[in-house]
Design a protein around this ligand. Structure first.
Ligand SMILES: Nc1ncnc2c1ncn2[C@@H]1O[C@H](COP(=O)(O)OP(=O)(O)OP(=O)(O)O)[C@@H](O)[C@H]1O
Ligand SMILES: [Mg+2]
Length: 249
């Protein structure tokens, strides 16, 4: 049987901005169909790591592979093909401010599919319903709360049924109930559609719910990895401290 390549791999990725080395020889491998969480203090390069996976940032050294394909040197056209398989919820949601919430969610469908107008609206509306925003289709992003914007961003990230979902702090800034709902949605997604989840979170209950495996970044390096249970017993004080926290957001 042919072996399924990891959904995402970082091989010895190093990245500096100016004199600051943000990622220092980072290796990680995200098995297809699993949940994987990246944790670590603010400014340790978690968002930078995610942006490498869609080619928004290129490594100074090392390689980034998506479903076994090295994307490091791809042309923008080839990169577009890879990106179609990946949904990305940015840390700040990154909605387009000049179009409605519904049109934000519909945008990838208009760009990448031949669906009819009716089908597009129906699908975008359904995705908004899944994140509890069925009534906000015609609102402008500026009229939503921060948590609602984030949920709209999640609907947009999911609208093409991505094989891989990258979510940068999907539950940060949400109340605990809504945060738990988002977690449940992600766990359900993984179970139903075998979507690979790669989630950056500070929220330990989320990480336990979503992550089959967690990695901790610190100082640009992977300092620990393993199942949540294994990391509860980590040798690294920072990791134990994180694992004991109930930290939301
Ligand atoms: N495009 C960029 N140009 C210059 N510096 C950058 C750029 N993107 C990120 N950085 C720097 O890289 C470092 C890591 O940033 P990153 O956003 O990955 O942190 P993070 O781990 O996601 O933190 P947080 O938990 O606060 O979101 C920071 O010092 C940041 O200023
Ligand atoms: Mg970040």
């Amino acid at each position: 049987m042919a072996e399924v390549p990891p959904a995402v791999e970082l091989r010895h990725v190093t990245k500096s901005f100016g004199t600051r080395r943000v990622l220092d020889d980072v290796c990680l491998s995200v098995p297809a169909g699993r949940g994987f969480c990246i944790l670590g203090r603010s400014g340790t390069g978690k968002s930078v790591a995610l942006k490498h996976i869609v080619g928004l940032i290129k490594p100074d050294a090392g390689h980034v592979l998506v479903e076994g394909e090295d994307i490091t040197g791809l042309s923008s056209r080839a990169l577009a093909r890879v990106r179609k398989r990946i949904g990305f919820l940015f840390q700040n949601a990154a909605l387009f401010d000049s179009i409605t919430v519904g049109e934000n969610v519909a945008f990838p469908l208009r760009r990448h599919t031949d669906l009819t107008e009716e089908e597009i609206r129906a699908r975008a509306g359904r995705l908004l319903g899944q994140v509890g925003l069925e009534r906000e289709y015609d609102k402008m992003p500026a009229d939503l709360s921060g948590g609602m914007r984030k949920r709209a961003g999640l609907a947009r990230a999911l609208v093409l049924d991505p094989a891989i979902l990258l979510a940068d702090e999907p539950s940060a800034g949400l109340d605990p109930v809504t945060a738990a709902e988002i977690d449940a949605l992600l766990v359900d997604l993984k179970r139903r559609s075998s979507t690979t989840l790669l989630v950056v979170t500070h929220n330990i209950p989320s990480a336990r719910a979503i992550g089959d495996e967690l990695v901790f970044l610190d100082g640009g390096r992977v300092i620990a990895r393993g199942s949540p249970d294994a990391l509860d017993r980590s040798e690294a004080p920072l990791v134990r401290q994180f694992m004991r926290s109930l930290g939301t957001g």
